[in-house]
Design a protein. Structure first.
Length: 113
């Protein structure tokens, strides 16, 4: 079981690095995407703050904080997937949201255990 916890820790790192990369390095793409979906800039920034905060919570020593972080990202990914579906995006545009949902589901599930 100890090796399995290493996989969960690796998934936490993947989530955090991915979110930081998208919301910091590729922020111009995020701005364009939120404009395309007609969301206000305050909403975009609020979502970014939540995603970064939740991803950092995954690295807490307290399982309750990890659960909040993983559930928060799960919730945001559901919103992202529905937004892409509503706007008829091609699947390639939101496969990352689906993958992040699956990864955070695993983190949530195995943190509960």
């Amino acid at each position: 079981m100890e090796n399995f916890s290493n996989y969960i820790e690796a998934l936490k790192i993947i989530v955090t690095v991915s979110i930081l990369f998208v919301w910091i390095v590729r922020y111009d793409n995020i701005k364009r995407e939120f404009i395309d979906y007609k969301f206000p800039s305050w909403f975009r920034d609020f979502i970014g703050i939540l995603k970064i905060s939740f991803s950092l919570m995954l690295h807490s020593n307290y399982s309750q904080v990890v659960l909040i972080g993983s559930f928060g990202i799960l919730t945001l990914m559901i919103g992202a997937v529905f937004t892409h579906i509503k706007n008829r995006s091609i699947f390639r545009k939101y496969i990352a949201s689906v993958a992040m949902f699956i990864i955070c589901s695993l983190i949530f599930y195995f943190t509960l255990g």
